[in-house]
Design a protein around this ligand. Structure first.
Ligand code: ADP
Ligand code: MG
Length: 536
């Protein structure tokens, strides 16, 4: 209530974990951290899932926790954590502290805000024991505190920029990789100028999508494996060589590849493989300076180059590969046809939140982003359950800054289950989020045909039921009945199309579109087995 009185926008959620996901998505979308406020003990521990996710994603977040009164510490106070909450929070934080007195609170708040935003962004935690919260002091007794200034812009070393440009000028098979660091740093203008002026092929990581439009002719997402494997020079822009990029190593990358790395964080340099040039800088000035040099040299990686011809050929071949699946509209539906027909109707500028294993992976290739920071998903930590919290943040962001924009939250049925009760929060705040549940009645790729048929005939879960099985064709859309509303239950493409069109016209409440697909639907066969292909 004090926070509301102070004029701070307050959103009451159902679970601290989802609240923490929402607050960090605000941080990612705006660059200014959202604050997640939690009760002591279990409240903070629920939030740790969110704090770990923000820290691993390098997103700014401030968490404020109440804690047991200091004279109850160690004797089993109500909702007391042992060891103390500051100690427990520290592994998920850049900064964790408990102000020693009321007078020190403003100083710690400024420091917490500064540390979560500066350098590589991350998490700050501030702990407030009950006795501190209930103490009263005259306002003039509190020392005046300056507000945290905006982070300084870090410029690159000019020598590294020259060296990077020299390597790019000599590349036979260059590739630009755009990560969510490029999205977070709002470098879209500089990066788009680089790509447009040089004609360099690019790929985006899942949340780097949209820094340059997925629909750009320079986007080689459909030739991802080939591009990674054969590139001789890679300009790595705000992305880490972790599992998402197969550690930058063979067999997914050429062992001789020259990496030009741009990152704000010095400790990230040469991580996993040695970079040819490591540029510690904010992305905007580094990319702008490289572009200037390449422009001055009239560098243009024309489409007549052999590398472009190869990439185009691969792109066309791979697109054909999914076409047959995308056009197969006979129920029970598969993932590809569902996404293809959703994509046809979605407004180009909508924010897409997505999670669930197959739902997220296939959706990444089939749903396009035109704009930066318009795709939110399980991220570097691979966290399932982030969807509704992220969607709430995205919808509040839109309400505030871009009211005409839509938020679509594409969830696997398993992923939806993690934070499903936040649907009440969404209804309460009248957020027009469109939740599409791609329901294969199971976790990940569901079950194979024989097991599915056997289960259907017996209808019972037994000791040998595969652990990936959930209840069959669950009516998730009827959660809206709790609020005297109706959701959509779809088993065919025309039903999906009609519901989605209707949902897009709805501006004061959420829609839930429950799409039943085949429990045996899966990804198309992959060249590489997932995750395991790099020899470490
Ligand atoms: P992705 O998952 O898209 O590959 P990562 O989260 O692995 O992206 O990497 C993002 C990188 O961007 C991090 O290493 C982070 O330090 C970096 N980064 C964040 N903000 C900036 C910025 N303003 N300028 C340069 N690099 C940044
Ligand atoms: Mg599922």
């Amino acid at each position: 209530m004090a926070i509301q009185t102070a004029g701070i926008h307050y959103i009451g959620m159902r679970n601290e974990q989802a609240a923490c996901y929402a607050a960090q998505a605000i941080g990612y979308l705006t660059g200014t951290p959202g604050v997640c406020l939690v009760v002591s003990g279990p409240g903070l521990i629920h939030a740790f899932g969110g704090m770990a996710n923000a820290q691993v994603n390098c997103w700014p977040l401030l968490v404020i926790g109440g804690s047991v009164a200091q004279d109850h510490e160690g004797i089993g106070g109500f909702q007391e954590c042992v060891p103390t909450q500051v100690e427990l929070a520290r592994p998920y934080c850049k900064y964790a502290a408990r102000p020693a007195s009321i007078h020190l609170i403003p100083m710690h708040v400024e420091k917490a805000m500064r540390l979560c935003k500066y350098g590589r962004p991350g998490v700050s935690y501030l702990d407030f024991p009950g006795n501190l919260l209930t103490t009263l002091v005259p306002e003039e007794a509190i020392p005046k505190q300056y507000l945290c200034p905006e982070p300084p812009l870090i410029y690159p070393n000019p020598r590294s920029i020259e060296e990077a440009s020299r390597i790019l000028l000599g590349a036979q098979r260059p590739l630009v990789i755009l990560g969510k660091g490029a999205a977070y740093s709002k470098a879209e203008r500089e990066v788009r100028e680089l790509i447009e002026n040089t004609n360099l092929p690019f790929l985006a990581t899942p949340m780097g999508k949209g820094v340059v439009s997925d629909n750009s002719t320079k986007c080689v997402a459909s030739a991802r494996s080939h591009a990674l494997q054969k590139a001789d020079v890679i300009l790595l822009v705000g992305a880490r060589l972790n599992w998402i990029l197969h550690f930058g190593r063979p067999p997914r990358f050429d062992p001789e590849v020259k990496i030009i790395q741009i990152d704000i964080n010095a400790e990230e340099m040469h991580n996993s493989i040695k970079s040819a040039v490591a540029i510690q800088s904010d992305i905007k000035p580094a990319v702008a300076q490289i572009t200037d040099i390449l422009k001055a040299k009239r560098f243009n990686f024309g489409s007549d180059k052999q590398w472009w011809k190869e990439l185009k050929l691969k792109c066309d071949g791979n697109k054909k590969g999914v076409e047959a699946l995308a056009m197969d509209t006979t129920p029970p539906l598969n993932y590809y046809t569902v996404f293809h027909h959703i994509q046809e109707i979605l407004p180009k500028n909508c924010i897409i939140v997505s999670e669930g294993a197959n739902t997220m992976d296939i959706g990444r290739a089939m749903l396009f982003n035109d704009l930066p920071r318009h795709r939110l998903d399980a991220g570097t930590f691979g966290t399932m359950g982030v969807g509704l919290g992220f969607a709430i943040a995205a919808a509040l962001y839109c309400r505030h800054y871009e009211p005409s924009k839509k938020v679509i939250c594409v969830e696997g049925d398993s992923a939806f289950g993690f934070s499903g009760m936040e649907i009440e929060t969404i209804v309460r705040y009248k957020l027009p989020i469109i939740i599409v549940i791609v329901n294969n009645s199971g976790i990940y790729s569901g079950v194979d045909k024989e097991i599915f048929e056997e289960m259907q005939s017996s209808g019972d879960v037994t000791q040998t039921t595969p652990p990936t099985v959930l209840s069959f064709a669950t009516r998730y859309e009827s959660m809206l009945n709790m609020f005297d509303r109706k959701g959509y239950f779809c088993t065919t493409i025309p039903e999906i199309q009609t519901s989605l069109k209707e949902a897009l016209e709805t501006n004061d409440r959420p829609s839930v579109i429950n799409v039943i697909i085949s429990p045996t639907a899966d990804r198309k066969p992959q060249t590489f087995t997932w995750l395991t292909e790099s020899k470490l």
